[in-house]
Design a protein around this ligand. Sequence first.
Ligand SMILES: [Ca+2]
Ligand SMILES: [Ca+2]
Length: 338
Amino acid sequence: MRIGNIKRALALLTFGVISLTLNAQSVVLDDFEDIKGWELLKSEAFEGSISLEPGKTGNAIRLDYDFTKGMGFGGIQKWFPLNIPDNYEFTFWIKAESPANTLEIKFIDESGDNVWWVNKRNYEFPTEWTQVRIRNRHVTFAWGPTQDRVLRRADRIEFTVASFVGGKGTIWIDDLRFEKLPPRPETYPQPNVRASSSRRFHSADLVLDGNENTSWQSRNAKNQHLLLDFGTRREIGGIHIDWLKNHHASKFSVSTSNDALTWHKSQMIIGNLTDASFVRMPETEARYLRVDLLEGSSPRSFVIESISILDIKESQTVSDFLIYKARHAPAGPSTCMY
Ligand SMILES: [Ca+2]
Ligand SMILES: [Ca+2]
């Protein structure tokens, strides 16, 4: 055994962490059946405590905090030595009875000096159990002397509440998991597209041919749909629809699904008056996307010249989305949903 391996093995023994097989789908880092290893960290003005309570599944950790005597921060930290691959996801479940203070999820290296984080300022804590997903794009370098700003190794994970509006509250956290994901593809294959009806020479695939002179036309202008199949689950930032002038849907919705049976409605657009529509769908991942065209501006047909799928990064924030729109909007009015 080389020195590095011995050190690593000792670290694992010392902190009671089981070596993780990264080939596994999703690895449970902590199911919180006990709160062994979690340490309460706090600033001077912070008063708080941790305890064990019934959780999402089995038990969960409960953090009580009180900022009424001053500003500050407090949180919980535990050792989880982890090599971080290029593409990954952390998930955990959270619920709270808490004012909208700041929630920080920190990834800290062995030295304790280099910190990466997800900083949810002024966070509207969910009151019911809600799963939070952290992808590599959400994690940014916070501070520390390292020159390499990419998170490649974490030794500790920390959940911190920092005072934003003050007050006091209680937060429960359960089922912390880590998953190595396959590398994110640079480009996705062309989706397969089907329509509820099509006129001759105006088939559904013409919305994806990159040519604004070709279009899909429906047989009537009431309750039609287009169904895009990406062939695999993929991340989507939203969609951009170019309609033929005066043939747009005045009312339409965008839904997603992973099995084409259970649909999740992302957006409903009512009163659309324009022939360019930008629909933001932040943090969406799905295999299927359906556009339901409910009411038309022309009595004859809905006509779509092109549909573009936004990359997840093009709608990560509202300002990312507005930059995309500014770059792609035609002259004249357009509709923007976010
Ligand atoms: Ca649990
Ligand atoms: Ca076209």
